[in-house]
Design a protein around this ligand. Structure first.
Ligand SMILES: [Zn+2]
Length: 121
């Protein structure tokens, strides 16, 4: 953790109509993997840790609605569906993975129970 240091420019869009400089993009398009990768590394889930690996991030598919959507800024590439990365640290990834595995186990348990029940009856 480093503290101090000049960090006045926090990236928040100012409400003034000046617009001196372009705000730093939140996401950049990875054309090879066809997804929006977050520039921010601070975990969006716990807000404490930082993601060290792009693959640790959570990619949620986002569907393009119309041309007016502000998310798609890269106009020469047309996407119907694009995964948008949410910065996620490794510990949050582990939590999510284990939760997903638990849900999978639970589903399998129910399925097995139903099968056993059907066989028994
Ligand atoms: Zn986290």
């Amino acid at each position: 953790m480093r503290k101090g240091g000049p960090s006045i420019n926090s990236g928040f869009p100012s409400t003034s109509s000046g617009g001196k400089q372009n705000p730093k993009p939140m996401h950049i398009i990875n054309e090879r993997l066809k997804r929006l990768e977050p520039q921010e590394t601070k975990c969006a889930y716990c807000g404490v840790d930082h993601s060290k690996n792009m693959e640790d991030n959570c990619f949620i598919p986002l569907f393009k609605e119309q041309d007016r959507t502000n998310v798609i800024v890269y106009r020469s590439v047309k996407f119907k569906k694009i995964p948008v990365g949410i910065p996620r640290c490794q510990s949050c990834m582990n939590i999510h993975e284990s939760a997903a595995n638990k849900a999978k186990l639970y589903a399998w348990g129910i399925a097995l129970g139903v099968v056993v029940f059907c066989i028994a009856v």
